[in-house]
Design a protein around this ligand. Structure first.
Ligand code: FES
Ligand SMILES: [Fe+2]
Length: 346
């Protein structure tokens, strides 16, 4: 595979080549190289009881997993029977163990093999391989983060977000509702649009009125970045100045902190030109809902979708391959492209 090369110096760097967004093989490769090695927001921790089966990035990674909880401890296990691969847990339930409905193999909630009929004569059985594999799982802000093959611990991905946002709210933000949007575009086009405020004055008329574009800034960390928006109206801020913190955790998690609470966006690839975005809303202060930078998220979302879908049309053009970055306004996008290159080149 031809390596991706994004110059570390944004002043001379060129953007990610168009083939990353258009090539089927690269889209396939991104599953193992990017998505299996990072942390995927897969559920709401406080909603998980004894047994909850799900599919990790359905239609993309498509990995059947089951969350279990025993004595308060959350686990994530492979949901594929170690006998002949039937899905073990089929629905959410309060069971104290797992039993495969094909030939009756039993597991405990930690995934350990318990029993199996008609295997008395089998030699070297059971072995370690008859347990359900355990999958890395962590929680953060009531989000469940799962990684099939973590390149680094979750703290390296979200550490800066945790430390910077710990004291933002008096009440702990609580999960309220979820919405889904479909975007006819490659997942990375959706992310890189999010990662720059450069387009705000051009694309988001109402949002532009509630933030002070001149003070808008981006900071980058190892696997995350944050954009900070200030407001001229102190009543719409956390501390008299800051209206929103837009955190991005590579490759597809957006955590938007507003005075009313957190809007989490999870960007899930479906096809190379189709993406689902899940909006999870956590409210900390009801009285501030509907005001400031985080007021009309639906309008902002639809404005973003329209430009991103337009880029999807353009990225396929014979006449486009790479562009250049604004050194003052596109540091977040540059950082994102550098990480994509790093993960894809391995
Ligand atoms: S596949 Fe599960 S017991 Fe046979
Ligand atoms: Fe936008």
């Amino acid at each position: 595979m031809q390596k991706f090369d994004i110059d570390p110096d944004i002043r001379v760097a060129e953007t990610l080549p168009a083939r990353f967004y258009t090539d089927d093989l690269l889209f396939e490769l991104s599953k193992e190289r990017i998505f299996a090695r990072t942390w995927q927001a897969t559920g709401i921790a406080s909603k998980i009881g004894s047994v909850l089966p799900t599919t990790l990035l359905a239609g993309f990674l498509d990995e059947p997993v089951v969350f279990t909880r025993m004595n308060g401890q959350l686990r994530c296990l492979s949901n594929v029977c170690t006998h002949r691969a039937k899905i073990v847990a089929e629905e959410e339930c309060g069971a104290t163990g797992l039993r495969c409905r094909y030939h009756g193999r039993r597991f405990d909630l930690e995934g350990r093999f318990v029993s199996m009929p008609e295997f008395d004569e089998a030699l070297n059985f059971p072995s370690e391989r008859d347990n359900l594999p355990r999958i890395a799982v962590e929680t953060f802000e009531d989000l469940v983060l799962v990684s099939l093959n973590p390149l680094a611990p979750v703290s390296e991905f979200v550490g800066e977000v945790v430390s910077a946002t710990e004291e933002l709210y008096r009440e702990r933000p609580e999960f309220r509702w979820e919405r889904e949007y479909e975007v006819n575009a490659h997942w990375a086009l959706y992310c890189e649009n999010y990662l720059e405020g450069f387009h705000v004055p051009f694309v988001h008329e109402s949002l532009n009125r509630s933030i002070d574009y001149g003070t808008y800034r981006t900071e980058t960390h190892r696997y995350s970045s944050v954009q900070i928006a200030e407001s001229r109206d102190p009543s719409l801020t956390f501390d008299g100045r800051i209206a929103a913190y837009y955190y991005f955790v590579f490759p597809n998690l957006m955590l938007n902190y507003y005075p009313w609470g957190i809007s989490v966006n999870v960007v899930e690839p479906i096809r190379k030109d189709l993406t689902q975005v899940r909006y999870l809303t956590f409210v900390a202060d009801e009285s501030k809902l509907g005001a400031g930078a985080g007021a009309d998220l639906d309008t902002v979302e639809l404005e973003d979708q329209a430009v991103v879908e337009s880029v999807q049309q353009g990225i396929r053009s014979r006449y486009y391959d790479r562009g250049r970055y604004s050194p003052s306004r596109e540091r977040g996008t540059h950082h994102f492209h550098r990480l994509i290159a790093e993960f894809m080149n391995e």
